[in-house]
Write a protein that binds this ligand. Structure first.
Ligand code: BG6
Length: 528
């Protein structure tokens, strides 16, 4: 069975035509929240423009926003890096990145308009003169392109460089705005490597920018399917009455990746899967799954509810039984042999970095008392899938012969974050025939078939929200710190073990210890 949108065809915002010129259908009521939100006059400065993130995600997303008519006509993009580039060189780099990675079709007119606002400033982070040039460039853009003094600074750089860049933004006056204008800072993860370092970073950033000007990126929150968790829970009557410990047996949050870590040793070795993914993406998914209904759908209320539930979240021990970590070794994946982590270029051959991590947490509230939440993530697993599986208790009584329900499992509601975005419900149904045999079946909603609109990339949504000053999808300093506080004891426990992570072959579902972790309570991981 498949669910489809009851409003097929172009639906939300369909009567608004995005021409690339920011043209909006004047017949629509401007109070209509479905109208696309268009950023006012502004510019974006990116630090780290020569990195992968800028090339694969940020600059293509900026083009896609321009193509959808969501950027102001005078929008300006400034790149800051060490390379000896002229504006045109940087323009060519952005052009090539857009051609290679943009989601929407390439349109020359849109590109030409965007290219007019592209500038490059050469320099290093400790070079005062370079930041003075940057300040002059931004001021010139205000004069020539009407950016109105509104600028966001995107730190797509390692956290070790945050302090010096923040200091330079303050020294050069770039962090300060005049009158109604705004200045914002966008920070990529990793936001620290434990609670202490996260606090220090928050302090450093907070000395320069007020909290409402700080946008911490967790790109999972920009995904449509992640936002759909709230729609599913709070726009329906169907799910919320059973979304609690009376009905839910346990919840599994899985982020499995089939890719390995080739080329990422510099970032990943010594960091590992728990810091890379559990502290941020999975904790946020947990918060959205478990939080109470916000009193209003505003940033303040949403963030308050997330923080509240994170404060009620704690690790379940003993950690030697309730956590697992692994490291991939060579193995067959997708029909080809792939190397183990220790053989990947740049990794220490004795590396103890985990590429698989799983933890058990509880949420100490009336709603969730006694329900375990299992969070797992790994690289080089059997397939790429991110999902939240809410697994329900069995019916209290089955009036059937026991042999008739042997193939009946737990009911489950599975939110598929990616790929194949959608929601699946699993329940028992009668097998056709004369016997009253019951077997598991699934009912499916798929984004791809239910809606004609294609989903924007997470970075499109998040960059637009930064430019609009809409903070709902950005974790606060308190959320980030609380997530570290939850995770830190696991990191300390693992760091103190004499042995490294358990090996698991590439292409498998992780180490045996992960299976034991659930088996101790009679449960098992789903095979998504
Ligand atoms: C990043 C992690 O935050 O998310 C990566 O640092 C991971 O290790 C990536 O591969 C996954 O993102 P997505 O959107 O492809 O699921």
């Amino acid at each position: 069975m498949t669910a489809t949108s009851s409003r097929p065809g172009p639906a939300l915002g369909s009567s608004v035509t995005s021409t690339g010129d920011g043209w909006v259908n004047p017949l629509r009521d401007p109070r209509d929240k479905r109208l696309p939100r268009i950023a006012g006059p502004c510019g974006l400065v990116i630090f780290g423009v020569t990195g992968d993130l800028s090339c694969k995600k940020l600059t293509p997303a900026i083009y896609d926003l321009a193509n959808r008519g969501l950027l102001p006509p005078g929008f300006s993009l400034v790149g800051f890096a060490r390379r000896d580039w002229a504006h045109e060189d940087f323009g060519r780099v952005v052009h090539d990145a857009v051609r290679a990675h943009a989601r929407t079709p390439f349109r020359q007119a849109v590109w030409d308009r965007l290219a007019e606002g592209i500038r490059f400033v050469q320099g290093t982070f400790d070079d005062d003169a370079a930041f003075d040039r940057l300040e002059a460039t931004v001021a010139e853009l205000d004069r020539l392109r009407g950016t109105g003094g509104n600028h966001a600074f995107y730190l797509a750089i390692p956290p070790s460089s945050f302090p010096v860049v923040c200091k330079q933004l303050a020294r050069s006056g770039l962090s300060r705005h005049n009158g109604e204008a705004w200045r914002r800072v966008v920070i990529e993860k990793p936001f620290g490597h434990d609670l202490r370092s996260a606090r220090e970073l928050n302090q450093i950033v907070g000395d320069v920018f007020p909290e409402d000007a700080v946008f911490r990126i967790d790109h999972y929150l920009g995904k449509e399917t992640v936002q759909n968790i709230l729609a599913l829970r709070f726009a329906n009557q169907l799910f919320e009455p059973i979304w609690n410990c009376n009905y839910v047996d346990h919840v599994q949050i899985t982020m499995a990746e089939d890719i390995g870590l080739e080329g990422r040793a510099g970032y990943y070795d010594g960091i590992g899967a728990a810091r890379d993914v559990i502290q941020n993406h999975l904790m946020q998914l947990l918060a959205l799954t478990t939080m109470e209904e916000p009193t209003a759908f505003t940033a303040e209320e949403l963030r308050a509810e997330k923080l509240k539930v994170l404060r009620a979240t704690r690790l379940v021990g003993p950690l030697e039984e309730t956590t697992a970590r692994g490291q991939y070794t060579g193995g067959w994946q997708g029909g080809r042999w792939v190397r183990g982590l220790k053989e990947e270029a740049g990794f220490d051959p004795n590396s103890k970095t985990e590429t698989f991590a799983a933890i058990t947490v509880a949420v100490d509230t009336r709603r969730w008392a006694g329900v375990p939440f299992y969070l797992r993530t790994g690289k080089r697993l059997a397939r790429r899938v991110t999902e939240i599986a809410v697994v329900f208790k069995r019916a209290p009584h089955l009036p059937f012969d026991a042999t008739m329900t042997e193939e009946l499992g737990h009911n489950a509601l599975v939110i598929r974050i990616q790929p194949d975005e959608g929601v699946t419900m699993r329940f028992g149904a009668k097998v056709p025939g004369t016997a009253m045999e019951v077997r598991d079946v699934t009912m499916d909603f798929g984004y791809g078939t239910a809606f004609t609109e294609s989903s924007p990339e997470a970075y499109e949504r998040l960059i637009l929200d930064v430019l609009l000053g809409e903070p709902s999808l950005f974790p606060t300093d308190a959320e980030v710190e609380r997530s570290w506080e939850i995770l830190d004891p696991v990191l300390d426990y693992w760091a103190g073990l004499p042995e490294g992570p358990d090996p698991y072959p590439a292409g498998s579902w992780g180490p045996e210890s992960a299976n034991r972790m659930l088996a101790r309570t009679g449960r098992c991981w789903r095979r998504p």
